[in-house]
Design a protein around this ligand. Structure first.
Ligand SMILES: Cc1ncc(C[n+]2csc(CCOP(=O)(O)OP(=O)(O)O)c2C)c(N)n1
Length: 351
């Protein structure tokens, strides 16, 4: 396994000094060793930042991401980096290569092929430290000579784990809020949840409270649940709750603006701001507590300050719940497959 601290030092000695991206669980130990704040709202922005950095310095930027976010990155890679011949070094956490969660299956199989299809050279990063270093030297030379991006797919357990200290404090506990919300559900009400721990806690609690037919999980699609819930609310007329995370909310911020302006009275939006991308092990976020409320206000929404006010509201309602980093114990992965969960949600029969 690679020592992430040594690896980062090595990258710097090779002239790779600028790092940016969206965090990932496979890469978390590497990301946690990076020198300064480097997060971007989404993977496409990270590629754009890498291009801007190169144009300013002629140096090569390093971008990290999970393969779930490769789709976001492909656009600026294909339409700018490859067009203008801009080198960028990519580290891509490879979920779904082997048996993994359902949301990783398609991208797990497609990641290498997608890179191939757009003409980005790639290889798997070796877990042997010396070999990985010679791969970096080779990649650097390729990028330099061809003026083109180069990608490493990174498997689980490539980096040694490092200790993480979190001192993020919050007023609310996400799972208590979700539990309270489920207890207040009326027939026909629906709850949508973003990727990561939010969806997993919602599933665990809804299962326990026998309310699975009320929930829909946004699984790996970070940043999209607010748009999905908005359109559901507008077209179904049902009482609709949407549970988001701070990292997810900022990924496609325009959705919050549209939601605040259309403001359907049957839509209630809760964003859990734990100032981190907690589900993938990063104690950092682009939002500070209170900032999401300010953004929503500037879009025309009037945030409430408590769950009961949100539930009782007869109009469109938003709440930024400032959370710490508690996660429910023994969080199960869904036993049901996604199709059966969808059928339950739609009140269709499961065969
Ligand atoms: C486009 C995309 N990029 C990256 C990921 C990997 N990922 C899953 S959950 C998560 C963090 C979500 O952060 P936040 O919304 O703040 O929720 P928290 O994890 O803090 O509960 C990330 C980066 C993903 N699923 N989709």
């Amino acid at each position: 396994m690679i020592d992430p601290k040594d690896f980062v030092t090595y990258l710097k000695t090779q002239g790779l000094e600028y790092f940016t991206g969206v965090p990932d669980s496979i890469l978390k130990n590497f990301i946690n060793e990076l020198p300064e704040t480097h997060l971007k709202a989404n993977e496409g922005s990270a590629i754009a930042a890498a291009i801007g950095y190169h144009l300013a310095t002629k140096n090569i930027a390093t971008v990290y991401m999970q393969n779930s976010g490769l789709g976001n990155a492909i656009n600026p890679l294909a339409t700018m980096a490859l067009v203008y011949k801009i080198p960028v070094l990519l580290f891509i956490g490879w979920r779904g290569e082997d048996k993994d969660e359902p949301q990783h299956e398609v991208m797990g199989k497609a990641s290498a092929k997608m890179l191939e299809a757009i003409g980005i050279e790639h290889e798997v990063l070796s877990i042997e430290e010396n070999k990985s270093k010679s791969q970096i030297v080779n990649a650097y030379n390729r990028m330099h000579n061809q003026q083109s991006p180069y990608a490493f797919l990174v498997r689980k357990n490539t980096f040694k784990s490092t200790q993480q200290i979190s001192n993020i404090q919050g007023t609310h506990q996400r799972s208590s809020v979700i539990k309270e919300l489920i207890s207040n559900l009326k027939p026909g009400d629906k709850i949508f949840a973003t990727a990561g721990y939010t969806g997993r806690e919602l599933y665990a609690l809804a299962k326990k409270m026998q309310k699975l037919e009320h929930i829909f999980l946004g699984t790996g699609a970070m940043g999209h649940i607010s748009q999905l819930a908005l359109e559901f609310a507008l077209n179904s007329g049902k009482n609709t709750y949407c549970l988001d995370g701070d990292g997810s909310a900022i990924m496609h911020l325009g959705n919050l603006q549209e939601m605040s302006q259309k403001a359907p009275k049957n839509l209630k939006y809760i964003v859990f701001n734990n100032s981190s991308h907690q589900s993938v092990g990063l104690n950092e976020s682009l939002w500070k507590p209170g900032e999401i409320s300010r953004a929503l206000k500037s879009f025309g929404a009037e945030p409430v300050d408590a769950l009961d006010k949100l539930i009782q509201s007869k109009s469109f309602s938003v709440w930024e719940a400032i959370c710490g980093q508690e996660v429910m114990d023994s969080l199960p992965r869904p036993e049901e497959n996604p199709i059966d969960l969808k059928k339950l949600f739609l009140n269709d029969k499961i065969k």
